[in-house]
Design a protein. Sequence first.
Length: 361
Amino acid sequence: MRALKHLLIVTPGFPKDKDDTSCLPAVQQFILCYKRLHPEITFTILSLHYPFDQKHYCWNGIEVYSLRGQNKNGIQRGGTILRAIRKGLSVNRANKIDAVMVFWLTDAALAAKYISRSIHAPILIWMHGQDAKAGNKYVRYVHPAPEHLAAISDYQNEVFKKAHGFKAGHIIYNGINKNIFPALNFDNRDIDLLSVGSLIPLKRQHLFIELVQKIKETNSNIKAFVAGEGILQGELTRQTKEAGLDDNLTLTGGINHEAVLKLMNRAKILVHTSEYEGHSTVILEALYSGCYVLSFLPIASRETENFILCKDMEDMLQQCKMLLSKTIIHKRVLVSDMDDRAEQVHHILTSKLSHADNSRS
């Protein structure tokens, strides 16, 4: 059986250097875990849109090619896809690629499809978020076979089926890298409520601020944090001030991944108000950091310890009040280990290589 020696990873974005830890932390941790578990594999990464400059650099011992797509549309996006295809074929000429893996069913998947077809290498496309929803034109362009497609959760796979009429052939859950967390803080948790995520309409942090405002009516010392940056920073700052929460709620702005994990280690409850998620990294990290988690979206098909699925804002408010009124026992809850996910992907890819070898013999 042909061994997996060289894996090409194609993604819309990737950290610009090893210190850029807030850029797609789950993708970073997956690759780091996979590399640690399988040091015999050479990894090469093509990043279509971010970093915004075109360059070739090394990230934690892995070669990365950024293609300066800058999220531009129209004919310029077509040019980005062509540059990615040419670079993939060039990488293959220098060192034969055995398999291709893609994050998100987007233009990255379209480029990867043509690369894999041209070099006769198996492909695996791992959906991560809104790419499962209706309106994703790349589902039509890529036209992936179910066996080449993975959803990041059962919930996302149901969303994908409803939108596009079929299910992905694999479920590869998101996960956490246990090695990067600080020692668990069992007792001294000074943050009552925490929200983590980009400050964009999808995440709905305005609901979190409303929640804090309502809790303050009966708990004037409530202490809350919003960690993240984005286009709604100014609007949420104004909402905080108008709600009279200057002494109760802190908006951190952009902070690195290590700082986010430290905040989780100080928090009693993570409140997750997002409208949609594939399989939230933030929730998985908060549970492993010892937080209770309240969310409108499921995290698993089974019941998960310290996770509460809320029906609506009133339900979320009452759950917060109930938890804050009692002594919370903080313990790690592991939903999914990224090492297991890396081994699952490795098994899928090596099985594809074996199948391809058998088909040719």
